[in-house]
Every structure is written in structure tokens, then in C-alpha cells.
Design a protein around this ligand. Structure first.
Ligand code: 26V
Length: 803
């Protein structure tokens, strides 16, 4: 009977409507005459997720090895539009809602972004989940359910103001609360040393405080498959057994008893908004341990159901660490195996290193996670001992291979000694993993020759691999740019390209076809009008869709050089002021569009925002996020990816822009290099210092062996003359170029960064088409296939039983 009832899932208009109405009435307890677009959104979401839980049972039945993607960040954006497209229900939902008096678009617009991430790293995790589901991998994502996502950015008087993102205030229909899935997590306390039955030393960690981790599951439907995978997000709660600190309560100290409860909830309260800088706060360390403790308990509980021996754990479990943030999972798994399961150290270490692999996402020194030994000893005393032991056994092996090389031991030690003892999380991650990967070819080579060079000598090069990032074409073209998607499908005779992106190459033969060029550029024009409307509504600025749109949207950081971009805008403006009317007529009208958040404590980045807003005729779109990115990216003619060579590990928006027919201005950095390899350098505006020249250029800049670029000097003079408001404001910014030694080489790269032609419209259209057509490599499906994960499930590829 159950099977019969569960199988009763039609995907026709009337079944969708029945489900919708049922959710309005019973889930939302509303009536049809009292339902607005927001309730429409909620009911639609509930209708979609009702029957999503079959893939797990299927994988359990198949008893397959699973891959676990551990990430402190998932930058998902909205889900409704994506879900209907992935499930092939766009037409049905659109019609079903229309007949009920709703527009699907308006209903989609009611959803708030799930913004549980900072930028590239969090969005990559989200793209990977889409690909894992689409490719039918038996995968789980694990993360934290922050009560507050990345802050909302308001611009007041040109300055960034941060507003808390209380994204759950009206509920979240996409999550399933699993009160039955919860674990307790310990902090602080003591380690007791004892002896086990055989007389061997044993350790137990006790005391301190405990909190509860409760699971919330977010289903991720694959595109064109019935596979749905899960992201399991943990929320912290007070331990069920001690909702009140009874002792305090009995003493009449009500205040204190509630405090404990609040301390527990604080753990998953807020996403740390630093991107590429390490703050070193104890609460962040707590988040990381809370996360890995709950996740490993869950993974192990699932493993134990199969009643296998521990030696089989690596045949059943693969864990990918998204940066160093979940690295405490390494000593935590050791603690579980040695202290709780009674395995020998060597046997445990063998298991651990077979299970973990680690992705590095940055080489910036300020982003490298290091935690004070004193802090870890206090918060996680047993883990600190285990880290010391891992280090000891590791350094003994280094010593055996390189006898007497004291300097090498100091360089490779997990513990940095000076100015005070700190744990180098990246080294712990390398030592505890079987493979390490970078996120673009240049970056993977760089980590081998810089931060991990000693480890390459020790382990051999094959442990260090490259997995160039990718993006999901489902969200970043099909969903964000429906008109271009339709045009491509029409030309290629179907939607096969959405799961085999290499098929886009089929467009090349139309690159010179004038009708196709026109259709292609028409779509761009419509997308530009859509963006002009967004800018009108959010910035109260009217822009001209005939002008070239020049876009730089990404987190604000000195290494990304938004400062250089705005200085070049001022330079072109000063040039225009000098030109005759005839000359001005020859120039290409250009609208320069910026967007991006600065970390709240990053003073220089915030001043860059203020400067951008002080230059008239430049648009700064507030609160750059996934949802407005979906409008901005398809509308760009040209976009800026202009980091100092060797600093941007990969970048992923560069891929999104080109896939949507935008050209790019970029340096030879990150994935720009591989994009150039695929589409041809001639189709990009490439400029600037190469990575291998950076050291020399920096040296020369710092010791003033090269003088400042004269155009740049002219721009700084205009700033100093107060052309863009009180100079005092901007003095610290200008100082970074002078007394700061211009570390990011703005002067060095300034001459060549300013111009891009847009005059020959035909040539532009051709370049745009060919570039997009050659983006096949940059699908996140390709990245996932390369990750060498447990094999996927060929039986899952049947059409989805829908609602
Ligand atoms: C670092 C930290 C340090 C501790 C506090 C919280 C926090 C949050 C984020 C980060 C940044 C990690 C590095 C990162 O985001 N890298 C970016 O990764 C993208 C995906 O691989 C890549 O495309 C970008 O180039 C790279 O900057």
C-alpha cells in the first residue's frame, strides 16, 4: 500500500495544482482569498520538495561508497527557479500557477537568497552540489545552518553599511528539520590518562560544556535525472538534557541558566564575513569543531549500519575538505578511532589519510589559517595532544629522509614557533590527506613551488594535483539567461549541451552568420535592458543600453584591484575633458558598473567603495549577491578580472561572463589563463605583469627603481585637488601606492589596463559567440568528474518522478 501511495506522483498541471492548494490549506493554513505571492512561493516550494527523499534509500540499498563534501560555506542563492528547471517542470508550474492567478516569475521573486557564504569558495560548493546531483553521484554536502548569512550591504552617503541578514525570518520551505538526527558536541574540559584492559595508555576527554547539533536537510535536485542529493546543515542548540542549568536555577540565578542556552545557540548564529583574511576568533574555531564533530558522528553512524570492519571505512567513505576550514576533522577522526573505538594509532592514521583529500583555495598569506596553540589547548585539549603526536610522527619521517636538516623541520612543522605557537592548518590538512588540489593550473603549480614546496619534495609531486574550477551551466546560463539558452538550444537542436557543455562548439559554425549574430546580440541587448531596470530601481540611475557595459562584480579586495579600475575610469574621464567634440564623438560610450562587499573590518576596501561612489557616472550596485548576479552577468559586454598575477587562485565569475557571451579584460592569473587557452588570446583583452615577473616588479616598485606611471600620477593629482570630494578621505588609499610600496602593482599595470574596443560590432559578435562556444571545459560537471570520486550510479538516469 505504501509503495502504491508513494508512486502516485503525477507531474501534470492539475496534480501540481492539487498539491499547491493542499499546501496552501494545510501547510500554510491559509485560504485562497487570502494568499499573496509570498504564500504562493511557499506553497510552490512545499509542493516540489514533498517527494524528494528516494535517492538516499536507493544508495543505501546499493550500499555504495559515498562522497562527503565538507564546507563551512554554501552560497546557494534562490532555489525555486532552479528546482523547476532542474526537474523539468518549468512549463507545468508556469501554467498551473497562471491558471490560479499567479505568475511564476513573480512568485520566484519572493524568495530570499540563502547566502551562507562569502564569495567564490561558497559558490563553488553550490555549483558542485548541482553537478554531483546531475551526475548521479552518491554524495552529501555538509555545512552549517547560520541564522545570519553574509550581511546585506547598504550604501549610505557612498559608504558601505552592513545590515544583518536574518534570512530565516519568514521560514525556509526548502529545509527539512530532522529533530531525530542530533549529536552532542563537547568543548573545553580535561583529558584523563588511564590504562585499558591490556595495560595500554588510553585517553578520555570529559567535562567542559556540551551542546547539541541538530540536522536540517536541504534537497538538491539534479538536472534531467531523478537523483536528488542532500546538503545537511547543522544548527546548534542547548543540550536537551540541560535546557536549564538546574544548579543555577535552584540558586535562583535564572539569568545564568539562560546564558548557557544562549551560548549554545551562538555557535551557528553568524557566518564570518571575512573573505581571504583570517580573524582568529575563538567562536570561529568553535564553529569549525562543532561542524566536524557533528558531521563525523553522522558519517560514522551511517557506516556502522553496514556492520563492516573499520578497515573498510575508506572503501565506503571519501571526505573532501573545502579549504582548511574543516581540517579539525583530521584529529577528530583520529580521536574517535584511537580513544573511542580502541584502534591502534598506525591503523587509524592509515584510515584517516585514505579518507581525506583537501582543496586549497588561496595563497594569500593573510588568508592562511593558523590557530594559537593556547586556544586549541583550552577549547579542544585532546585534539591538541593528537596534533602534537601527528606532528611528531611526521617530523620523524622527515628527519629520516633528510637527516640533520633542522631548518627543514622548522619549516615543515605543523606548529609555527614564533612569535608564539600556532597550528598551521594547511600543513595539517596536507599531512592528513591522500591528495591535495589547487583550483586552476597556475594556482596548483604555485602552491607546489611556494607554500607546499617542502611537501612536494617529501611526498613526491603526484600527491599535488590540479582540478580547475567550474560553474554549473544550469544556473549560470539556462536559468540566468533564458533567452540565450533558448537560442542555443534552437541552434543546436536540443538541450544536450546543458549536461555536455562541450557541445556548445556546435555554435562555431554560425559565428559568421549575420542572422545568428543579430539574434545573439539582440539577446544581449534585452539582458542589458533588464539590468538597466534593476539599476534604475536600486540606484535611481538611468543608464543607456546602447553603451558598452563594463562590469566588475566580486568581493572588494586590494588584490582584485577595483582601485586600479576606478583610477582608470578617472583617467579616461580626464582624457574626455581634454578632447574636442569631434574626438569625443569617436569614443565608445561606456557605463562602468561595480558591485561587491568589503569585509566589515577591511578599512582600505571600504574606502575603495567610497571612492567609486564619489566618481560620478559610475554605477555601484548595492548588495551584490547570487540573485542580482543572475541579472548582471548576462548583461555584460565586458568584465574585469584584473588581479595582480599570482593572487587570484582561479576566479569563477570570469567563466560565467564568457559563457554568457561577455568578453573579458584580464590579467594572466587564475583561470583567465585557461580561458585564454580555450578561446584564444585574441578574444580577450589581456594585460599586465606575469606571475613570474611579480617579485622583481614588486622589488622595483618598493625601492622606487621605477617611477610612477605618469597617467596614474595625473589621476592622483586630480584626487588630491579634491575633484572627487575631500582628499583627506582618500589619502590612506593613495598611500598604498606610494609609501605602501604598491604591493599589488597598480602603477606597473596601469598603462595597459584602460582601453577596450567596441567599435566593430560584427567582430565583437563573432568573438562573443566563439568564446561562449569554447567554454565546455568550464562546466563544474567536468571538475566533478576529475575529482576522481566514488563511481556514480548509472541506474539513476531515468526521468524524474515529479511532484
Ligand atoms: C578565508 C577565511 C579565513 C577564515 C575566516 C573565514 C574565511 C572565509 C573565506 C576565506 C577565503 C578562502 C579562500 C577563497 O575563497 N578563495 C577563492 O576560492 C575560489 C574558489 O576556488 C576561487 O575562484 C578564488 O579565486 C579564490 O579567491
Amino acid at each position: 500500500l505504501w509503495t502504491k501511495l508513494c508512486a502516485n506522483k503525477g507531474s501534470d498541471v492539475s496534480t501540481v495544482q492539487q498539491s499547491f492548494v493542499q499546501h496552501v490549506q494545510s501547510t500554510l493554513a491559509r485560504t485562497y482569498f487570502n494568499i499573496d505571492n509570498f504564500a504562493g512561493y511557499q506553497a510552490a516550494a512545499h509542493s516540489l520538495i514533498t517527494h524528494w527523499d528516494e535517492t538516499q534509500q536507493h544508495h543505501t540499498k546499493l550500499d555504495v561508497k559515498r562522497v562527503y563534501y565538507l564546507s563551512l560555506e554554501f552560497l546557494m542563492g534562490r532555489s525555486l527557479g532552479n528546482a523547476v528547471l532542474n526537474m523539468g517542470l518549468q512549463g507545468t508550474f508556469s501554467e498551473a500557477l497562471k491558471q490560479l492567478g499567479f505568475s511564476l516569475e513573480d512568485v520566484i521573486d519572493e524568495e530570499r537568497d540563502a547566502a551562507l557564504g562569502n564569495g567564490g569558495l561558497g559558490r563553488l560548493a553550490a555549483c558542485f552540489m548541482d553537478s554531483l546531483a546531475t551526475l548521479d553521484y552518491p554524495a552529501w554536502g555538509y555545512g552549517l545552518r547560520y541564522t545570519y548569512g553574509i550581511f546585506q550591504q547598504k550604501i549610505l552617503n557612498g559608504y558601505q553599511v552592513e545590515v544583518p541578514d536574518y534570512w530565516l525570518s519568514f521560514g525556509n520551505p526548502w529545509e527539512v528539520e530532522r529533530l531525530d538526527v542530533s549529536y552532542s558536541v563537547r568543548f573545553y574540559g580535561q583529558v584523563a590518562k588511564g590504562k585499558d584492559a591490556s595495560g595500554k595508555s588510553s585517553y578520555s576527554w570529559h567535562g567542559g560544556e556540551e551542546v547539541e547539533a541538530v540536522a536540517y536537510d536541504v534537497p538538491i535536485p539534479g538536472f534531467g535525472t531523478k537523483s536528488t542529493i542532500n546538503i545537511r546543515l547543522w544548527s546548534s542548540k542547548p543540550l536537551r538534557s540541560c535546557y536549564f542549568d538546574l544548579h543555577s536555577f535552584n540558586e535562583g540565578n535564572y539569568q545564568k541558566s539562560v546564558e548557557l542556552q544562549q551560548r549554545a545557540e551562538q555557535i551557528t548564529s553568524v557566518l564570518y564575513p571575512n573573505d581571504n583574511t583570517m580573524a582568529g576568533k575563538e567562536l570561529r574555531l568553535k564553529q569549525q569543531y562543532f561542524f566536524v564533530s557533528a558531521t563525523l558522528q553522522d558519517i560514522i553512524r551511517r557506516f556502522k549500519k553496514s556492520k563492516r570492519a573499520w578497515s573498510e571505512f575508506p572503501n565506503q567513505v571519501a571526505i573532501q575538505l573545502n579549504d582548511t576550514h574543516p581540517t579539525l576533522g583530521i584529529p577528530e577522526l583520529m580521536r574517535i578511532l584511537v580513544d573511542l573505538e580502541g584502534l591502534e594509532w598506525d591503523e587509524s592514521w592509515d584510515i584517516v589519510t585514505k579518507v581525506y583529500s583537501f582543496t586549497n583555495h588561496t595563497v594569500l598569506p593573510e588568508a592562511m589559517e593558523k590557530w594559537p596553540v593556547s586556544m586549541i589547548s583550552n577549547l579542544l585539549p585532546r585534539h591538541m595532544q593528537i596534533i602534537y603526536d601527528i606532528n611528531l610522527f611526521f617530523l620523524q619521517k622527515v628527519e629520516a629522509l633528510f637527516p640533520g636538516d633542522r631548518a627543514r623541520l622548522a619549516r615543515m612543522s605543523i606548529i609555527e614557533e614564533s612569535p608564539y605557537q600556532q597550528v598551521r592548518m594547511a600543513f595539517l590538512a596536507v599531512i592528513g590527506s591522500h591528495t591535495v588540489n589547487g583550483v586552476a593550473a597556475i594556482h596548483s603549480n604555485l602552491i607546489k613551488s611556494t607554500i607546499f614546496s617542502d611537501f612536494v619534495e617529501f611526498y613526491g609531486a603526484s600527491k599535488f594535483q590540479n582540478k580547475t574550477n567550474g560553474i554549473t551551466p544550469r544556473r549560470w546560463l539556462h536559468q540566468a539567461n533564458p533567452k540565450l539558452s533558448a537560442l542555443i538550444s534552437e541552434k543546436l537542436g536540443g538541450q544536450g549541451w546543458l549536461t555536455q557543455l562541450d557541445k556548445l562548439e556546435g555554435l562555431i559554425k554560425f559565428a559568421d552568420d549575420e542572422n545568428f549574430q543579430k539574434a545573439w546580440m539582440d539577446v544581449k541587448k534585452q539582458n542589458k535592458i533588464r539590468l538597466a531596470e534593476l539599476i534604475r530601481d536600486t540606484c535611481k540611475v538611468i543608464i543607456n543600453p546602447e553603451a558598452m557595459y563594463d562590469v566588475q562584480v566580486k568581493r572588494i579586495h586590494e588584490y582584485k584591484r577595483q582601485f586600479m579600475n576606478i583610477l582608470s575610469v578617472v583617467h579616461r574621464y580626464l582624457d574626455l575633458k581634454r578632447m574636442s567634440p569631434a574626438e569625443i564623438k569617436e569614443t565608445v560610450p561606456r557605463v562602468v558598473i561595480f558591485g561587491g562587499k568589503a569585509a566589515p573590518g577591511y578599512y582600505i576596501a571600504k574606502m575603495v567603495i567610497k571612492l567609486i561612489n564619489s566618481v560620478a557616472e559610475v554605477v555601484f550596485i548595492p548588495d551584490y549577491n547570487i540573485s542580482n548576479a543572475e541579472v548582471i552577468i548576462p548583461a555584460s559586454d565586458i568584465s574585469e578580472h584584473i588581479s595582480t598575477a599570482g593572487t587570484e587562485a582561479s576566479g569563477t565569475s570570469n567563466m560565467k561572463f564568457v559563457l554568457n557571451g561577455g568578453l573579458i579584460i584580464g590579467t594572466m592569473d587564475g583561470a583567465n589563463i585557461e580561458i585564454a587557452e580555450e578561446i584564444g588570446q585574441d578574444k580577450m583583452f589581456i594585460f599586465g605583469c606575469l606571475a613570474e615577473q611579480v617579485d622583481d616588479a614588486r622589488h622595483n616598485q618598493k625601492y622606487r627603481k621605477t617611477s610612477m606611471n605618469p597617467d596614474l600620477e595625473g589621476v592622483l593629482d586630480a584626487l588630491k585637488a579634491g575633484r572627487f570630494g575631500d582628499f583627506e578621505n582618500f589619502a590612506p588609499l593613495v598611500d598604498t601606492l606610494t609609501i605602501g610600496g604598491d604591493y599589488y602593482l597598480i602603477s606597473h599595470d596601469f598603462a595597459s589596463c584602460t582601453y577596450a574596443a567596441y567599435r566593430d560590432k560584427k567582430q565583437w559578435a563573432r568573438n562573443s559567440i566563439i568564446s561562449a562556444a569554447k567554454m565546455g571545459k568550464f562546466s563544474s560537471d567536468r571538475s566533478i568528474r576529475e575529482l576522481d570520486l566514488p563511481s556514480h550510479d548509472p541506474d539513476a538516469r531515468q526521468s524524474r518522478p515529479a511532484v
